[in-house]
Design a protein around this ligand. Structure first.
Ligand SMILES: *Cc1c(COP(=O)(O)O)cnc(C)c1O
Length: 414
């Protein structure tokens, strides 16, 4: 296994120390093969909004598994999960299940191109949309740069139709649409960018993007693989005041099993095979075990007070972190949306665009992280990754997390 891992950030490349091997997770905690237990603020990078091994999810998976792991044919659980998703994104009429967030976005972009008959796509610097070729693109220094591949193995020709703009820049957006808006198939954005820190956008920026895409006959895609089902049942599509044309989901939608999904109104989704000419398929898509895990997760989230509880827990952890950072005189702010948090270790208002993040903080975090682990806090092994609180966390877990941060900072001489 290259780097000893199945996904690169797990290898601790940007922090000191060796990654522990995990034996099991229970609720808000994770236990390594040496028997050390940690409070988990990674939660499998987002999917585990109920915590690890939630009884209702495990039960649903066990029951589904007994009837078979995959049929390669439609099953009832797919229909149920489709209905559950469409009720949360009521401006969408149809959904297609896939197995990862990467596939969901890659496929939704294909559908957008098929629907509009246009080729060009627009993304924003710092937003992550999975690892498909056309989306593995970073922005250059100028405005509206042609995307340059951010990975070896992606030919520049493959990203030549992917344009990249900075987040939070109204002027650049207007200029881009004036120049190329009529060629644009789809603009993609994480409406709550959470893959390089937490870059909360102004609602006005999302609204401007909505207005300009509509005026130029382009589609708007909200990549809600992280935010969907987490910050509200209907994600940022519900709370931002802006409705996109397409939504992509992942992470929580599979409750810890591999599921992705893309949703849109009927006239767009009817372009997808077998109804339409846009091809997209998957051997294990919509398999009954993964569907069962997703459904069980959504059922728990539908209980009264679930989202209020996530908000309460998130706010409590933010307050505790803020108290520790102030006590240790660390220049930082704690950014938060619901149960997603990020400590921005720089002066002044938290950044809203990737190029405004002070990268030197990553070095400090690299020193901090091994100490957090030693004090029993399972935090993301990268400065740029956010923290997630789950419904399995309680006040005592949050206190442990804040204490781990406090002791770690003190060891660093703060
Ligand atoms: C995680 C993520 C993806 C990719 O999902 P995978 O299941 O890892 O392929 C895409 N978009 C966003 C916003 C994500 O956070």
């Amino acid at each position: 296994m290259p780097g000893g891992v199945s996904s690169p950030v797990r290898a601790f490349g940007s922090v000191k120390g060796e990654p522990p091997f995990v034996a099991r997770g229970r609720g808000a905690t994770i236990t390594d093969v040496d028997g050390k237990t940690y409070v988990d603020l990674v939660c499998s990078w987002g999917p585990l909004i109920l915590g690890h091994a939630h009884p209702a999810v495990i039960d649903a998976v066990e029951r589904a598994a007994r009837d078979g792991l995959s049929f390669g044919a439609t099953c009832a659980a797919e229909v149920e999960l489709a209905e559950a998703l469409l009720s949360r994104f009521p401006f969408c009429d149809k959904v297609r299940f896939v197995s990862t967030g990467t596939e969901a976005v890659m496929s939704a972009v294909r559908v957008a191109r098929g629907f509009t008959g246009r080729s060009r796509i627009l993304k924003f610097d710092g937003c992550y949309h999975g690892h498909s070729d056309a989306l593995l693109v970073k922005g250059g220094s100028g405005l509206a740069t042609f995307g340059t591949p951010s990975s070896a193995g992606v030919p520049a020709e493959f990203t030549a139709l992917t344009d990249v703009l900075p987040l939070d820049d109204d002027q650049a957006l207007k200029q881009y649409f004036a120049e190329r808006g009529k060629e644009l198939a789809v603009a993609l954005i994480e409406p709550l960018p959470a893959n390089v820190g937490l870059l909360k956008q102004r609602p006005e920026f999302l609204a401007l993007l909505r207005k300009l895409t509509r005026e130029h006959g382009a589609l708007l895609l909200f990549d809600e693989v992280i935010s969907g089902l987490r910050v509200a049942p209907g994600g940022m599509s519900e709370i931002s005041g802006t409705q996109p044309d397409l939504v992509t989901l992942g992470k929580i939608v599979g409750g810890g099993m591999p599921v992705g999904a893309y949703l849109a109104r009927g006239e767009i989704m009817d372009k997808v095979a077998p109804l339409g000419p846009v091809y997209q398929a998957g051997t294990l898509s919509g398999n009954p075990v993964a569907m069962a895990a997703g459904l069980a997760t959504l059922r728990e989230l539908a209980r009264p007070g679930a989202y209020q509880r996530l908000e309460t827990l998130g706010a409590a952890l933010q307050a505790q972190f803020e108290r520790v950072l102030a006590k240790r005189e660390v220049v930082a702010t704690v950014e938060r949306q619901g149960s997603i948090l990020w400590i921005s270790m720089q002066k002044g208002p938290a950044p809203r665009a990737y190029h405004l993040i002070d990268g030197s903080a990553a070095k400090v975090y690299g020193e901090l992280h091994p100490r957090l682990l030693a004090h029993g806090l399972w935090a993301a092994p990268s400065y740029y990754e956010v923290a997630f609180v789950s419904l399995a966390h309680d006040e005592s877990h949050l206190k442990q997390a804040a204490e781990a941060l406090d002791r770690s900072l003190s060891e660093l001489g703060r």
